[in-house]
Design a binder for this molecule. Structure first.
Ligand code: APR
Length: 187
């Protein structure tokens, strides 16, 4: 049974097996969470990303997909990089499915790695402008469904999935949505 928890804090300080990065399709770094992870994790992460670009991901990583690298100097074992969709109301359904896929595919990879704990940021809610409340609903729903789906986690669901919210506002929104959805979970 996977515990879904939430904390307010910095994802680069989380002592977990997998830290999930809100990357962009280049996989070569950026601002926000991406910038923080590369800054704190050090050059080994970017070196792994470049190797991925030079091998299987020449055109970059599509939105909704996930890849794994070392965590470098972070207090984690791996970084799973996923590319969120940019919020665009006219393509809401398609983009919302891509956002769900970020969580599902990251958990699929984490389960393949045997990760016992996975930390997620609020994917797409910064530069990619997804409204926090809707992103929280998509995230909590996708994670709850994925950890209960053997075709995703193949019987090795992590013991903990931790949402790491960067600021009180984001935490309050996620916590409220979690209560509205009626999902248990430690604060
Ligand atoms: N820890 C946890 N959450 C963080 C941190 C951090 N250190 N830094 C930022 N955040 C939060 C933001 O406040 C936001 O709520 O992560 C959420 C996602 O914001 P972004 O990092 O901007 O990611 P996203 O909206 O998915 O946009 C991705 O931004 O940084 C670039 O290279 C990245 O091009 C990509 C795009």
């Amino acid at each position: 049974m996977t515990r879904i928890t939430m904390v307010q804090g910095d994802i680069t300080e989380q002592q977990v097996d997998v830290v999930v990065n809100a990357a962009n399709s280049s996989l070569l770094g950026g601002g926000g969470v991406d910038g923080a992870i590369h800054r704190k994790g050090g050059p080994a992460i970017l070196a792994d990303c470049r190797r991925l670009r030079d091998s299987h991901y020449g055109r970059g990583l599509d939105a909704g997909r996930a890849v794994v690298t070392t965590a470098g100097r972070l207090p984690a074992r791996w970084v799973v990089h996923t590319v969120g969709p940019v919020y665009y109301p006219d393509l809401y359904e398609e983009r919302a499915e891509l956002l769900s896929s970020c969580y599902r595919e990251s958990l699929r990879l984490a389960a393949e790695l045997g990760a016992r704990s996975v930390a997620f940021p609020a994917i797409s809610t910064g530069v990619y402008r997804w409204p926090m409340e809707d992103a929280a609903r998509i995230a909590l729903t996708a994670v709850t469904e994925a950890v209960a789906d053997p075709s995703v986690v193949a019987g090795t669901a992590p013991a903990e999935v931790r949402f790491v919210l960067f600021g009180a506002d984001a935490f309050e929104v996620f916590d409220r949505v979690r209560q509205e959805l009626g999902r248990p979970g430690a604060r």
